[in-house]
Design a protein around this ligand. Structure first.
Ligand code: HAM
Length: 413
């Protein structure tokens, strides 16, 4: 059988929960990345790109073995070299891996990186929840001041405001190694008294990660949790004063927030500040950004104790709320009226492209045909060259918006 013979004509679809980003959406996507990157750079962040594929152990040790992400949602496999690897479900772990691998924990100083790209979670797809989705994130190392927590929140607000997005900021403190363990014990005692009434997931979590019970989505569980002890009432002095200070800075900067002591986040590496920006305009999957402090994560990954804080924005969710601004940028369409004008027409088009979006039709066509194609392509300026124009070194130019027609000298055009 010839190697180029077509054997199977069944069309292939993209995988469930994964999609192409194209046309208006890709225009919005690049518009978002350009402007979010600009804002991040103004806040002192530089770009980092880490691999999509990492050792599975990286996520087990950072995101946490008891988290749903690691337990149920990883795209994990053994590669041809027998390595246990997985597609990254989030961006923080890879950046921390880089930080430790390059021994920056020993170099001292502080580091600020931003990144964007695809993340993979084998979740049940629904509106706003994909298996391949994109995040824009920032990570900061070596700054333990609560002013940096506020700075991160102010920066996210600036990004969301630039795109005209309304939000509610939910804020919590998850305490530290001193106050979280006794709080957890207390919580377990409380939950155990009515554990038969809690759902199956909560019962599992009481054993593996009791604070995750607090953000169970089951309405019955939420009712039962009304009297549960709150972490915000059980913070040690240092966590308490940092949390108070953070609220004070946010108040001073006119940033409203809701303290939500049930906000525990789905990743296990957080301590102290945890936050989420939610929108009530995009349905059940309402979190458009989330983040917090992770002062022990560098140690979890074998580095020297270094404070860290960061966030990630879910780009697909955010783009549901973003509108492309109206901009009247010219789009030029250039065509030839006959065979002998094509070379000159292409030369002129290439010069024009240095400053303006310029579309070219290679085949010679009549006036009417050119205008038809230009209209389909959305051009607002039609420029045509034929034998007459060649002789006089000119080009016919019509501005569709103003209906103005000119015969311009080629140099002038
Ligand atoms: P996360 O809350 O898991 O945090 O994800 C951040 C954002 O990604 C969410 O708020 C949401 O907008 C979006 N997102 C998450 N899962 C999906 C999905 N399946 N489909 C569509 N969008 C989704 C993190 O990933 C942390 N690494 C954030 C961070 C950075 N914390 C500190 N530094």
């Amino acid at each position: 059988m010839a190697s180029n013979e077509i054997k199977n004509t069944k069309t292939i679809q993209s995988l469930r929960g994964m999609k192409d980003i194209v046309n208006e959406e890709s225009a919005l996507f690049t518009y978002f990345i350009e402007n979010a990157s600009r804002i991040a750079k103004n806040y002192g962040f530089s770009y980092i790109e880490t691999p999509l594929l990492e050792e599975t152990a990286l996520f087990k040790r950072s995101v946490g073995e008891s988290s749903d992400i690691v337990n149920k949602e990883m795209y994990q496999f053994i590669d041809k070299g027998e390595n246990d690897v997985c597609l990254r479900p989030e961006g923080t772990a890879g950046v921390v891996r880089h930080f430790v691998e390059k021994k920056l924990d020993r170099a001292g100083g502080n580091y600020k990186w931003y990144y964007y790209g695809p993340m993979f979670r084998y979740e049940r797809p629904q509106k706003g929840r994909l298996r391949e989705f994109h995040q824009f994130g920032c990570e900061v190392f070596g700054i333990d001041s609560v002013y940096e927590d506020a700075n991160i929140i102010i920066m996210i607000k600036e990004i969301l405001e630039f795109f005209g997005i309304g939000f509610t900021l939910k804020l919590n403190s998850l305490g530290c190694i001193e106050c979280m363990p006794p709080y957890k014990e207390n919580l377990i005692k409380h939950l155990t008294t009515f554990k038969e009434q809690l759902c199956e997931d909560c019962n599992r979590r009481i054993l593996t990660n009791p604070i995750r019970v607090l953000d169970c989505k089951n309405e019955n569980c939420q009712l039962l949790l009304n009297n549960a002890p709150k972490i915000t009432d059980n913070l040690c002095n240092s966590c308490h004063s940092d949390f108070e200070k953070l609220k004070e800075i946010l108040d001073f900067n006119n940033i409203s927030y809701e303290v939500d002591s049930n906000l525990v986040r789905g990743l296990d590496y957080y301590n102290k500040t945890a936050f989420e920006f939610v929108s009530n305009e995009i349905g059940a999957q309402s979190a458009i950004a989330g983040g917090g402090r992770y002062d022990r994560l560098v140690e979890f990954l074998g580095g020297k104790s270094t404070s860290g804080i960061g966030f990630a924005i879910g780009i697909e969710r955010l783009l549901e709320l973003v509108k492309m601004p109206e901009c009247n940028q010219d789009v030029i369409y250039i065509g030839a009226l006959d065979e002998i004008s094509i070379n000159t027409m292409i030369k002129v088009a290439n010069k024009k492209r240095k400053t303006t979006k310029t579309l070219v039709e290679y085949a010679p066509r009549s006036f009417g045909k050119h205008f038809g194609i230009a209209q389909k392509l959305g051009a607002n300026i039609v420029a045509l060259i034929g034998e007459n124009e060649l002789k006089t070194n000119t080009i016919y130019v019509k501005n569709i918006d103003t209906q103005e027609i000119k015969n311009l000298n080629l140099e002038e055009f």
